[in-house]
Design a protein around this ligand. Structure first.
Ligand code: 13P
Ligand code: SF4
Length: 308
């Protein structure tokens, strides 16, 4: 079977079984092509709440499928590859955050969407990389604890100097692996290029970039800029997607280390097998109790309210 054949089978199964496929922009091109909705974490969460199909299949990592389930609790939500998790989502224990909250009750807890539902349940509002600055600015609270990503947190703190923002030591191991030396080397190698990075990178890297923003922000910047060359400082799939979309422009990667093994885990065959299994006892379904959902969903709803 060729890639095209598998894609056609998926399109048939999707129709037959009323499946809506959501794919994060870090997914491979052949998956993006058969998805109904693609985008960054913020777009996927907002759109997940509006889906009318009976089944949702998430191509991304576990917290994204969990978020979709919480926003569409009446739907059957599946994750295309059950092994795909985000290491950052597991970095902090709810009990530890609860203890910090008890020590300083007037400090609001802002969590990145890359967290488990159990952790979201002890937080006040969640944010994505594209909505973090806007949401923190829109919050009534002055004192904030931002978890788990100290790099995104530092980026937010820089943009919201009037807020008292505390951080903890956590973050994305993939983006945080990029060094300032790699940034300097990219600048020397491509002096005419615009350097676009994700705020999950360390501050020494984001500070030297022409633009720091979410996956979608980076793609929009590259699409709308008159520049002809770009260095992309996020998962390498984004440079690849952009190069296909804009063959007249040149895209370089900031570092060969920015490959997320979890985002790369999902294959087109996983998507096909999931579609085949859905409705026949197969597929990896996200199962959450009403209690788990109601404890965690309010901080996602708060994100949509403050970020909308
Ligand atoms: P965004 O989709 O918010 O850009 O986040 C990138 C990411 O690392 C998702 O896991
Ligand atoms: Fe998690 Fe980083 Fe991979 Fe995103 S890129 S899923 S934050 S490890």
């Amino acid at each position: 079977m060729t890639i095209k054949d598998i894609q056609e089978e998926i399109l048939k199964l999707k129709k037959e079984k009323d499946i809506c496929i959501l794919a994060h922009s870090y997914q491979a091109k052949e998956i993006i092509e058969i998805a109904d909705i693609t985008g960054d974490s913020y777009k996927l969460s907002v759109e997940a709440a509006k889906v009318s199909s009976k089944n949702i299949l998430m191509c991304g990592v576990h917290f994204m499928a969990e978020t979709a389930k919480m926003l569409s609790p009446g739907k059957n939500v599946y994750l295309a590859n059950p092994e795909a998790g985000c290491p950052m989502a597991e970095q902090m224990e709810p009990d530890m955050i609860r203890a910090l909250k008890d020590m300083e009750p007037d400090r609001k807890i802002v969590c990145y969407i890359n967290t488990t539902a159990a952790l979201k349940a002890v937080c006040d509002v969640c944010v994505t990389s594209s909505s973090a600055v806007k949401i923190v600015k829109n919050m009534d609270a002055h004192k904030i604890l931002f978890i788990p990503d100290c790099n995104l947190g530092a980026f937010v703190a820089e943009s919201c100097p009037d807020k008292d923002i505390k951080l903890l030591q956590g973050g994305c191991p993939v983006h945080a692996s990029v060094t300032e030396e790699e940034m300097d080397a990219a600048k020397s190698a491509h002096p005419n290029a615009k350097i676009l990075v994700h705020p999950e990178c360390i501050p020494a890297v984001t500070k030297k970039a022409d633009y720091a923003g979410s996956t979608s922000g980076i793609m929009e910047y590259a699409a709308n800029s008159d520049a002809e060359e770009f260095v992309i400082g996020t998962e390498i799939s984004i440079a690849e997607h952009l190069q296909y979309r804009f063959p007249e422009k040149k895209f370089y990667i900031l570092s060969k280390k920015i490959i997320c093994p979890n985002m790369k885990m999902t294959t087109l065959v996983d998507v096909y097998n999931s579609c085949k299994g859905i409705g026949c006892g197969g597929g990896y379904e996200i199962v959450m109790s009403d209690e788990e959902i109601s404890a965690a969903v309010s901080c996602i709803n708060e994100m949509i309210r403050l970020g909308g």
